[in-house]
Design a protein around this ligand. Structure first.
Ligand code: SF4
Ligand code: SF4
Length: 135
């Protein structure tokens, strides 16, 4: 028995389908929803803790992949290394929960750690390696 915290990103055409329900029934998983949202551009995501047999979890992730649902492991804690950030803005549009945004009129990119769900997307896109996962 294992437990995984993951972020599921849903494409538009899957938003009205009970994907999580089908997932837990088919693969005999327990779940705990930590956060769920449909963003203004009509994409959806849900942060879940899934518990079950490791093999079932793996098969469930494979099934989600066939539906176009992206599965990301949830990082522990994401921080910004302030001395590295150049406020280029490259991370802003990638954040699913608007934890990174441009403040007007200063044009500074603000990072709100309390809003961050630790998905780690910004870590991959930041050209200055200013976003980091802290363990
Ligand atoms: S992508 Fe990196 S350098 Fe650019 S604003 Fe975001 S954290 Fe700062
Ligand atoms: S890890 Fe980065 S992209 Fe993900 S929620 Fe936190 S700030 Fe946003």
């Amino acid at each position: 028995m294992a437990s995984h915290k993951v972020v599921l990103h849903f494409p538009l055409h899957q938003l009205n389908r009970p994907v999580v329900n089908d997932l837990i029934k088919t693969y005999d998983l327990d779940f705990n929803i930590l956060r769920a949202e449909v963003t203004p551009d009509e994409k959806g995501f849900v942060v879940l803790e899934l518990t079950g047999e490791e093999d079932n979890f793996r098969k469930g992730v494979e099934w989600l992949d066939t539906l176009g649902v992206t599965v990301q492991p949830l990082s522990e804690d994401v921080v910004r290394l302030e001395d590295r950030c150049t406020h280029c803005g490259a991370c802003v549009t990638t954040c699913p929960v608007d934890a990174l945004y441009v403040e007007r009129p200063s044009q500074q990119v603000i990072f709100e750690q309390d809003t961050c769900i630790g998905c780690g997307i910004c870590v991959k896109v930041c050209p200055a390696a200013a976003m980091a996962v802290q363990f």
